[in-house]
Write a protein that binds this ligand. Structure first.
Ligand code: COA
Ligand code: AMP
Length: 635
């Protein structure tokens, strides 16, 4: 029998030595309206395009091909919503017909090829339908996570400049209804870009008032719409824009193109997740994140599998057995979620007593991603479920796994704490500050040698320069992942931390810079810093350190409360910004750079080396006593 590591290494080498052959072979699994002229178009480095000259429609590949090709009666989508007490099921034929009419409703509002449509919705089937309807028309969707506040939504509206916005009257969080429509109205009030039409899904839990002339009722519009056919689109045309946190308050519009995306996701469904047509695949995330885009919507449907949309939480809807119920009830073969979900379950049911109530025999693999997975969580999940627990590493920018354990191809031994090995097409390397290769198990900057494989971002939306500045300028010829880590002697990737000011809170990627911008706007604040500190449940939590302007005599705890409310109102509840400390001054280098890494180490109780360039070492003692005592804390 071949050693799986050798089999993997051979495949990975082939993918790097003969990328055109590798991806042309993978592209055979997709229906093309016109074949490509070039598999890899490398005429304009550092911009690389895949399958240029080719034409296809992603919605056709995800729905019509299966609906008309013998899977019309098979389930395409199961919606399970403990927060509303409802479930719905759609066969491929039903889902295709529904999406064709949603596309008709959008076209009736003038949406055509290249137009942008912003989608601001909870995890409901209509969100998936709206995405696929855009794909059907060749329009470009930009889904905004429902937990973002109006200001964040407005930034994305201004950048994407949509013709239409699709939203819902409300989302449902455990114990409370979130009215989306007033948030949308407020975003449209503050955005510079004017939108002609909003298509609003009225949910029975809380209906919204519609603005005459601008807002249209989803049910009415879709009920009266004609079903429209798929439009043939260039492989290099954008399928969607997905905004993600950068180091400043301005989100980055990651562009995903049609052809490379379809090929990479289709390939990954079998190779990485071991999912075949007809299997049930569950991604417990949100449609607003890249994980939701790739593996709740497009990947499983491209593969002819059944996808599951779950509108609920791992705990509290109603209990820590919720995931086990869903697995057993819908015969889920593989579950993909963030480690934080398992930490939440473990906290409530540490002995896993609730697993005993359910038949979990359908489950073959658990996939975790979105944040570093601590070995304890891997071990706990594995012992509860009795299946391999696969950590894999990826980013919104790449759209699929940079490193993983290829269960359908060459399953490798699991090393808890490592995201396994680089995916085909990804030449992952470790570089030091000077760009020299780092050997052995030494931590350095994780980079990917260009070109990256199909599916990864070709650029940022209307911002080629920003793409180069953010990712390519640090090490010419390489994509900077922003993560630090190392490769071990067998080539396994160990992702240890970010090198920038992004933090990861419950699997949500957030910018501390964006939070600092909110804090800095407060009239009493002279200076501030936000750092991510380790948290046993959410991985990291943001903590603010604020310096008041001289002469401010107001009660500091009132100011802290105002800051907490501002971050919630301007970024959203998902930021989980609940702690801030008033300090005398911030530790800085003599050149004025705030020493965030040192503060993080103090807050986490880790040892650190006193920076040689610190301007005033005594400040660290003050900070240590504040950060570890909980003074000025508001939870
Ligand atoms: N709309 C409005 N508000 C939302 C929201 C949405 N779509 N999603 C979350 N929020 C709110 C929550 O209600 C919460 O508000 P609160 O501060 O008033 O309690 C806040 O945003 C933080 O939400 P969340 O990050 O979900 O934390 P939580 O404490 O409610 O739950 C977990 C913690 C671990 C259970 C939860 O994060 C989870 O299920 N994670 C699963 C993994 C995941 O989805 N990862 C995403 C990337 S793969
Ligand atoms: P996002 O773009 O929101 O998916 O966040 C991407 C970032 O999450 C990565 O750059 C990493 O910092 C982190 N991340 C994702 N998956 C993993 C993983 N398996 N291990 C460690 N970090 C991860």
């Amino acid at each position: 029998m071949t050693d799986p590591l050798l089999a993997y290494q051979r495949l990975h080498r082939q993918s790097l030595q003969e990328p055109e052959k590798f991806w042309a072979d993978a592209a055979q699994a997709i229906h093309w309206d016109r074949p490509w002229d070039r598999v890899l178009d490398d005429r304009h480095p550092p911009f690389y395009r895949w399958f240029s000259g080719g034409r296809l429609n992603t919605c056709y590949n995800a729905l019509d091909r299966h609906a008309d090709g013998g899977r019309g009666e098979q389930l395409a989508l199961i919606y399970d919503s403990p927060v509303t007490g409802t479930q719905r099921r759609y066969t491929y034929a039903q889902l295709r017909d529904a999406v064709a009419r949603v596309a008709g409703a959008l076209r009736a509002q003038g949406v055509g090829v290249g137009d942008r449509v912003v989608i601001y919705m909870p995890v409901v089937p209509e969100a998936l339908m709206a995405m696929l309807a855009c794909a059907r028309l060749g329009a470009v969707h930009s889904v905004v996570f429902g937990g973002f506040a109006p200001m964040e939504l407005a930034k994305r509206i201004d950048d994407a400049q949509p013709r239409v916005i699709v939203s819902a009257s409300c989302g449902i969080e455990p114990g409370r209804i979130i009215e989306y429509k007033p948030l949308l109205d407020e975003a449209l009030r503050i955005s510079k870009h004017a939108v002609d039409r909003c298509l609003i899904l009225q949910r029975p839990q809380r209906e919204a008032s519609l603005q005459a002339g601008r807002d249209i009722d989803w049910h009415h519009a879709v009920g009266n719409a004609e079903a429209v056919a798929c439009v043939s689109i260039a492989a290099t045309d954008p399928l969607y824009i997905l905004y993600t946190s950068g180091t400043t308050g301005k989100p980055k519009g990651v562009v995903r193109d049609c052809g490379g995306h379809a090929v990479a996701l289709m390939w990954s469904m079998k190779a990485l997740y071991d999912i075949d047509a007809g299997d049930v695949f569950w991604t417990a995330s949100d449609v607003g994140w890249a994980v939701g885009h790739s593996y709740m919507v497009y990947g499983p449907l491209l593969a002819g599998a059944t996808t599951l949309m779950y509108e609920g939480k791992p705990v509290g809807t109603p209990d820590a057995g919720a995931f086990w119920r869903v697995i057993s009830e819908h015969r889920v073969k593989a579950l993909f979620t963030a480690p934080t979900a398992f930490r939440a379950i473990k906290k409530e049911d540490p002995l896993g007593k609730l697993t005993g109530r359910y038949d979990l025999s359908s489950l073959k693999t658990l996939f975790l991603a979105g944040e570093r997975c601590d070995p304890d969580t891997v071990a706990w999940a594995g012992s509860m479920l009795g299946v391999p627990v696969i950590d894999h590493w990826w980013q919104t920018e790449t759209g699929w796994s940079i490193a993983g354990n290829f269960r359908g191809l060459a399953p490798l031994p699991v090393k808890p704490g490592s995201a396994s090995v680089p995916a085909p097409g990804y030449d992952v390397q470790v570089l030091d500050e000077n760009g020299a290769s780092v050997a052995g198990c030494t931590v350095g900057n994780l980079v990917i040698k260009l070109p990256m494989p199909p599916g990864s971002l070709p650029t940022l939306w209307r911002n080629d320069e920003g793409y180069i500045d953010s990712y390519l300028s640090r090490y010419p010829g390489f994509y900077l992942t922003g993560d630090a880590g190392y490769l071990d002697e067998q080539g396994y990737v160990w992702v240890m931390s970010r090198i920038d000011d992004l933090i990861n809170v419950a699997g949500h990627r957030l910018s501390t810079g964006a939070m600092e911008e909110v804090l800095a706007n407060h009239p009493d604040i002279a200076e501030c810093a936000v750092i991510g500190v380790a948290d046993a449940l959410k991985g990291q939590l943001p903590v603010g350190l604020i310096v008041l302007k001289s002469g401010v005599t107001r009660d500091p705890s009132l100011i802290v409360n105002e800051l907490i409310a501002s971050v919630r109102a301007e970024i959203g509840a998902l930021a989980a910004f609940k702690t801030a400390h008033v300090v005398g001054r911030l530790p800085k280098t003599r050149s004025g750079k705030v020493l965030r890494g040192t503060m993080r180490a103090i807050a986490d109780g880790r040892s650190f080396t006193m920076p040689a360039t610190i301007d005033d070492p005594a400040i660290l003692n003050e900070l240590a006593s504040i950060l570890t005592s909980g003074a000025n804390r508001d939870r």
